[in-house]
Design a protein around this ligand. Structure first.
Ligand code: SAM
Length: 275
C-alpha cells in the first residue's frame, strides 16, 4: 500500500467514522483489506481506492468500516457498570416505569450484542414484566454485520461464560452449538445501524446510555462533540457509562457529575438556562 493509498483510505475512514488510523495501523489495515480484495477480486490497493471513489463507493465504504472497526466485546464487560445499573440506576427508573413513565436505555456501540443483552438481563432480573410497560433498550452500531449479529441474539457457549448459569437458563435457550436469547428478552430490544457522527433519529431522551470502548478510537474533537450530544440526549439525572480507558473531557464535563469509575449522571439544567 503506497503512502498516497494509505492517506486516501485513512481520510475516508476519518470522514465517515471519526476513527483515526495512524501510520502504525497501516499493516493492520492492509491485513484487514486483503479479505475485501479477495472478495471483490481486485488486484491491489490502487484498484480498491478506485472502487471507493466509483459508483459502488458508498456501499464499499460501509464494508471498509466493517473491516477496520474493532468489535471486541463481552457479556458483563466492566462488571461494576452492571452492578451500578442494577443497584443505583435502575430501581427508581423501574418504579417510575411501573407508574407509566417511559424508560429508554441505549447501547450506542453495541457490536455483536453482548453489551445490550447484558443490559437487558440486568433490567429483566429487577423488572420481569418490563415488556408490559413503555420500556425499550436500543442497540446501535456503525457496522451492519455487527447489527445483524446482535439482532439475531445468538451466542456461542464460550461467549456466555461470564453470565451466571441461572441467568443463562432464564433468558437464553439452546440453539445449534450455543444459545439464543428468548423472545421475552428480544421483546424489549430494538436494533439499528447508526454512525454516532451522523444525525440521531430519536424523538425522546434516554435514561441510560452505554457508549464504551468506542470513543477511544475518535479524535478529541469528535469525542468531545459526542459527549456533548450525549448530554443533550439524556434526561436530567440520566446515567452515562463509558469505557475503562476513556474519560469525559471537554465542554461536556460540566454537564455531568461523576458517580463512579467511568460512570456519570447528567446534571439538572439550571432554571436560568431553561428556555
Ligand atoms: C470495541 S467495540 C465496543 C463494544 C461494546 N461497547 C463494549 O464495550 O464491549 C467498538 C464498537 O464501536 C463501533 N463503532 C466504531 N465507530 C463507530 C461510530 N462512528 N458509530 C457507531 N459505532 C461505531 C464498532 O463497529 C464496534 O462494534
Amino acid at each position: 500500500m503506497t503512502d498516497g493509498q494509505f492517506r486516501k483510505i485513512a481520510a475516508i475512514v476519518h470522514q465517515d467514522s471519526g476513527i483515526i488510523l495512524s501510520e502504525s495501523k497501516r499493516s493492520l489495515l492492509m491485513a484487514r483489506l486483503n479479505r475485501r480484495l479477495r472478495v471483490l477480486t481486485l488486484p491491489d490497493y490502487g484498484a480498491y481506492c478506485d472502487r471507493l471513489e466509483g459508483p459502488d463507493g458508498p456501499q464499499e465504504r460501509r464494508h471498509l468500516l466493517s473491516a477496520i472497526t474493532t468489535n471486541v466485546t463481552a457479556f458483563f464487560r466492566e462488571g461494576h457498570h452492571f452492578q451500578a445499573l442494577a443497584q443505583e440506576v435502575l430501581p427508581p427508573l423501574i418504579a417510575q416505569a411501573r407508574a407509566g413513565r417511559r424508560l429508554r436505555l441505549w447501547s450506542a456501540a453495541s457490536s455483536s450484542g453482548e453489551e445490550p443483552y447484558s443490559m437487558a438481563v440486568t433490567l429483566l432480573d429487577a423488572f420481569p414484566d418490563a415488556a408490559q410497560h413503555d420500556v425499550l433498550i436500543l442497540a446501535t452500531d456503525i457496522d451492519p454485520e455487527m447489527v445483524d449479529r446482535a439482532q439475531q441474539g445468538r451466542f456461542a457457549s464460550d461467549a456466555l461464560a461470564p453470565v451466571p448459569p441461572a441467568q443463562v437458563k432464564r433468558y437464553f435457550q439452546p440453539h445449534a452449538a450455543g444459545f439464543e436469547a428468548k423472545p421475552e428478552v428480544r421483546r424489549i430490544m430494538r436494533f439499528g445501524e447508526l454512525n454516532l457522527h451522523d444525525d440521531w433519529p430519536f424523538s425522546g431522551r434516554f435514561d441510560v446510555i452505554f457508549c464504551r470502548n468506542t470513543a477511544i478510537y475518535f479524535d478529541s474533537a469528535a469525542r468531545q462533540r459526542l459527549w456533548l450530544r450525549f448530554g443533550g440526549a439524556l434526561n436530567e439525572g440520566g446515567a452515562l457509562f463509558i469505557g475503562h480507558s476513556e474519560r469525559l473531557d471537554g465542554p461536556a464535563a460540566g454537564l455531568f457529575a461523576a458517580t463512579g469509575t467511568t460512570q456519570y449522571r447528567r446534571n439538572a439544567t439550571p432554571a436560568s438556562a431553561r428556555t
